[in-house]
Design a protein around this ligand. Sequence first.
Ligand code: AMP
Length: 128
Amino acid sequence: MSIFTKIINGEIPSYKIAENEDFFVFLDINPNAAGHTLVVPKKEVDQLFDLGDELYLKLFQYSKTVAAAIKKAVPCKRVGLSVIGLEVPHVHVHLIPLNQMADATFGKKEKLTEVEFIALAEKIASFL
Ligand code: AMP
């Protein structure tokens, strides 16, 4: 079972933003930038391109919706999207508020307090 399935099942806490039948959305715990969000299919599949077509398309449709909420909630030039998966073998879309190229690189990390994480998750959720 992946760490993200444990989060989806409520066995591990997360800064949850939203969930629906197919997806669970929460803040990345080690963000490139404030507001860095993960959109995760509840179905545990390792690699993006192994998703069935229907779920694959729904993932990007829903990521667009979540990105629009991030754009309203977090000051940024644009919201970037990455799919990596080298650390957690459970499909997830990274949605990252970008102000500079470094925000798109996974070497740069932002330290946030618990209060800041909670406020960000609530603010993004308020625009969904
Ligand atoms: P990758 O699999 O390379 O796309 O990276 C996995 C991402 O998941 C990283 O950005 C981690 O910071 C993030 N991550 C790992 N564990 C957790 C967790 N428990 N809660 C939130 N984000 C996590």
